[in-house]
Write a protein that binds this ligand. Structure first.
Ligand code: CA
Length: 227
């Protein structure tokens, strides 16, 4: 899951970047409308958190622009104003939800989960593949009922694959969905994390659940689904 934060208040933007990254979201942060407009055109986001009061304009115009281009990415609008008129304006521009500043971080994450259809309650579907089970709400993963502790990145990689079990995931797709645009570390970071994930999911007498598709990327081993 990849999130764009459009917020010119630097301390708030930093709190959001840190919190969302810790929660396992790939998070990009920009502070101006012009940079946000560019970011949504070149990257693919699951959610945009959009401040209305930006130095070069009203965040609402970005939302309206995205909708006019047929971009249905979820938008959560932030506003310092608490008037009913501001809420209506935001929703009219195509925002999916809005939050008035100041807000508590847990309130924000609750809204995010709702928008990404990952409710925190027990209604959340458990993702399974063979003996692997993932509960996105509690962020717990197990194989054959043995709990497997994963880092936020490993969790995000596995979740991406579990949500599209028959799909081959290109390295670049995994990199884009799990790491943010400022990532400038090792180019083989996906391979390194997949190797760690494999090691953690390893169980004696069980097949490797992740298959390498030469020259492309990774997919879940089909045989695992039928065991
Ligand atoms: Ca602002």
């Amino acid at each position: 899951m990849r999130i764009l934060v459009v917020e010119d208040d630097a301390p708030l933007a930093e709190v959001l970047r840190r919190g969302l990254t810790e929660d396992g979201y790939a998070t990009d942060v920009v502070g101006r409308l012009v940079d946000a407009t560019h970011a949504v055109q070149v990257n693919s986001y699951d959610l945009v958190i959009l401040d209305r009061g930006l130095p070069d304009g009203d965040g609402r115009t970005l939302c309206a622009d995205m909708r006019s281009r047929g971009d249905g990415t979820a938008v959560l609008m932030l506003t310092a104003r608490d008037g009913l008129g501001d809420k209506v304006e935001g929703l009219d521009a195509g925002a999916d939800d809005y939050l008035t500043k100041p807000f508590d971080y847990p309130e924000l994450t609750a809204r995010i989960r709702a928008l990404l259809r990952r409710p925190a309650d027990s209604q959340t579907p458990i993702l399974t593949h063979g003996e692997i089970e993932m509960d996105p709400a509690s962020r717990r993963v197990s194989r054959s009922s043995i709990t497997i502790p994963l880092t936020a990145r490993e969790f995000a990689l596995l979740e991406r694959m579990l949500r599209a079990p028959g799909h081959t995931h290109a390295r670049t797709d995994l990199l884009e969905s799990v790491w943010d645009a400022n990532y400038d570390g090792l180019s083989n970071v996906v391979d390194v994390h997949i190797a760690n994930l494999r090691r953690k999911l390893e169980l004696p007498g069980h097949d490797d659940p992740i298959e390498t598709v030469r020259g492309v990327g990774y997919r879940l081993t089909p045989a695992e689904a039928s065991t």
